[in-house]
Design a protein around this ligand. Structure first.
Ligand code: BD4
Length: 273
């Protein structure tokens, strides 16, 4: 069993504003008392008894920590420290203060394909790195693709929130029903064995349009579209998108995406010949 620091996190960090919250607990800005540097504290409620519905299993937190410790990369959020109290584990994470990629894109008049390619390259480099370590993110959605800061040119992308991530062991068959309907891979809905390919399924479409290709009027319709792999290139969003870009998207929006992250980085849309 992993051992986390038993000290009180507040002896080392001033706890600041809430940055986000979810089923797991809260993410808050924290300030390191010695250096004055800012970090993100992910406060995770831990189940006190196995049958409780409240909080997370400690084992799932240990898995997230183990994965974050294994994936140190410029395009992946860094883990600095882990504290544990009786009913809470606190992950001290790199603060990514540039906001979500899609808010950045939404604020721009237009998104040039050259800019989309740069974003895609960084996301693919992060995915290639974790996939080469047999790790899948399994919750790749706009909210989990953020920018380090608001000033870097080009913006530096960080993949965050490895709470659903999984480390595959040789010969292991892994199934999960977790994820977000608009961005879930078909094999998740079909309860089929999962792999790192699940991270590739809807990736490219999101970068160019900011939309889920499967968006329905409700979650049920959306999940049905995902199962049927039913999507369209809405002309309003894709009229100026190059054929090479659409080829890239089509090669990924398949039940069994044709390309791994490594192969995507070699696609002529990403790496012109
Ligand atoms: C400035 C800011 C604002 C909101 C943040 C974060 C940072 C943030 C962060 C993280 C997570 C897991 C969630 C976060 N959230 C919650 C929303 C994420 N899309 C994280 O790991 N580092 C962050 O800075």
């Amino acid at each position: 069993m992993a051992v986390f620091k038993p000290e009180n996190v507040e002896d080392f960090y001033e706890i600041g504003e809430v940055l986000g919250s979810g089923h797991f607990g809260q993410v808050r800005q924290v300030r390191e008392r010695t250096s004055g540097n800012f970090w993100a504290g992910k406060f995770l409620k831990i189940r006190k008894v196995a049958c409780s519905r409240l909080g997370l299993d400690r084992s799932s937190v240990e898995r997230e920590v183990e994965i974050l410790q294994a994936v140190q990369h410029p395009n992946i959020v860094a883990l600095k420290d882990v504290f544990e109290s009786r009913a809470e584990v606190v992950l001290i994470l790199e603060l990514v203060s540039g906001g979500e990629l899609f808010d950045f894109i939404a604020e721009k008049e237009t998104l040039l394909e050259t800019e989309a390619i740069e974003f895609m390259k960084q996301i693919l480099k992060g995915l290639k790195f974790i996939h080469c370590k047999n790790i899948a993110h399994f919750d790749l959605k706009p909210e989990n693709i953020m920018l380090s800061d608001k000033v870097s040119k080009p913006p530096n992308i960080k993949l965050i929130d490895f709470g659903l991530a999984h480390l595959f062991h040789p010969g292991e068959e892994y199934k999960s029903t977790s994820g977000t309907p608009q961005y879930i891979a078909p094999e998740v809905i079909n309860c089929q064995p999962l792999s790192t390919a699940a991270d590739m399924c809807v990736l490219s479409f999101l970068r160019l349009s900011g939309l889920s290709p499967f968006q329905g009027d409700n979650d049920e319709e959306t999940l049905g579209n995902v199962i049927a792999m039913k999507y369209e290139f809405n002309e309003h969003y894709f009229s100026l998108t190059s054929p090479m870009a659409k080829d890239f998207i089509q090669k990924l929006l398949m039940k069994n995406p044709e390309m791994t992250a490594e192969e995507c980085l070699l696609h002529p849309w990403i790496k012109p010949i």
